[in-house]
Design a protein around this ligand. Structure first.
Ligand code: CP
Length: 320
């Protein structure tokens, strides 16, 4: 693997190796982590982030790497129109080995594939619009392995249409496992042709359930071992006619709340509830649910760190 711009950059062996190594990092104390102090990593974030940016930074620090955060707002990209290609060549000239990029431009990474980037320079997609978020998906696979002996099914709920997290996770699950069944559920405005195409391509693995009523969602939830709530991405609904719901009505039909949590007996069933964060509390889930032991979003954050450390180590090992 030279770059991680999409899940298709991986094969099953790569992915298994990265997950296995992430789990071994989780078991170790920091003194056992490899020392990569001859290497450096840069983050270039054109959209906001807490987890992805901080965990790449923490991953670099855990390896004693040099770390550089390009402030896009005050950079020459923002106000002088410098291209990403020129910016990356500049960072490479300064000694950077890995650039983690978050962007709203879904064509950026395919256009960079044509750029003549040096072979010892690696790109990581830290989220591009509604397209992909491969490092989140890898952290989520590590989370599934960490929490469960054998995951049988996962239900992803909500604004699938705008979710890069879901898009990368579905591909990663299909690549990683031959067994896990996937249900994609939510309101009709959250489900697009992309989701239906997944179900058509993998009819024995993936189903799509468009729910209009609370009872339809309850039926889906009653069969779910792992529930993965997706953030309603209001900032990406600007050109859609689908933002006329209230948080309360969304939560009642598609979200998890105290009544629903108790009705389905999630506590005794040990149903795992995941969310990539940040969550809209009151929309995807309520305060009761986020305080429950079933809610493992911060385990996802922790495993995301080990997943990202493993991605970095894998990219740099390719170079050695
Ligand atoms: N899950 C995730 O990508 O979070 P951030 O947007 O805060 O990085």
């Amino acid at each position: 693997m030279i770059h991680l711009t999409k899940i298709q950059d991986l094969d099953r062996d790569n992915l298994s190796q990265i997950v296995y190594q992430a789990l071994s990092f989780e078991q170790n104390t920091s003194s056992c982590f490899p020392t990569l102090r001859d290497y450096s990593l840069a983050t270039i974030f054109q959209e906001d982030s807490t987890r992805t940016r901080c965990s790449f930074q923490m991953a670099a620090l855990n390896f004693q790497m040099k770390y550089l955060d390009l402030n896009v707002k005050t950079s020459s990209i923002q106000n002088k129109g410098e291209s990403m290609e020129s910016t990356l060549h500049t960072l490479h000239a300064l000694g950077v080995n890995i650039a983690c990029i978050r962007t709203s431009d879904e064509s950026l990474f395919s256009s960079l594939a044509l750029a003549d980037l040096p072979s010892n320079f690696h790109l990581i997609n830290a989220g591009d619009g509604s397209s992909e978020h491969p490092s989140q998906a890898i952290g989520d696979i590590v989370t599934l392995e960490y929490l469960n002996d054998k995951t049988k099914n996962i239900t992803l709920i909500g604004d699938l249409k705008h979710s890069r997290v879901y898009n990368s996770l579905v591909q990663a699950i299909l690549l990683y496992s031959d067994d896990i069944k996937i249900t994609l559920a939510g309101p009709s405005w959250g489900i697009s042709e992309r989701e239906h195409n997944y179900a058509k391509s993998f009819p024995h693995r993936i189903r799509v359930v468009e729910c209009r009523k609370e009872e339809e969602m309850d039926e889906v939830l009653s069969e779910s071992e792992i529930i993965y709530l997706l953030r309603v991405q209001r900032e990406r609904h600007i050109n859609d006619n689908d933002n006329n719901y209230s948080s309360c009505s969304y939560n009642k039909i598609y979200g998890i709340n105290e009544d629903r949590f108790k009705k389905h007996n999630f506590l005794d069933k040990k149903t795992t509830i995941l969310h990539p964060l940040p969550a809209n509390i009151g929309t995807e889930l309520d305060d009761f649910t986020q305080r429950s032991p079933n809610y493992k979003a911060y385990v996802q954050v922790r495993m995301g760190l080990f997943g990202r450390m493993s991605i970095i180590n894998n990219l740099l090992n390719h170079q050695k």
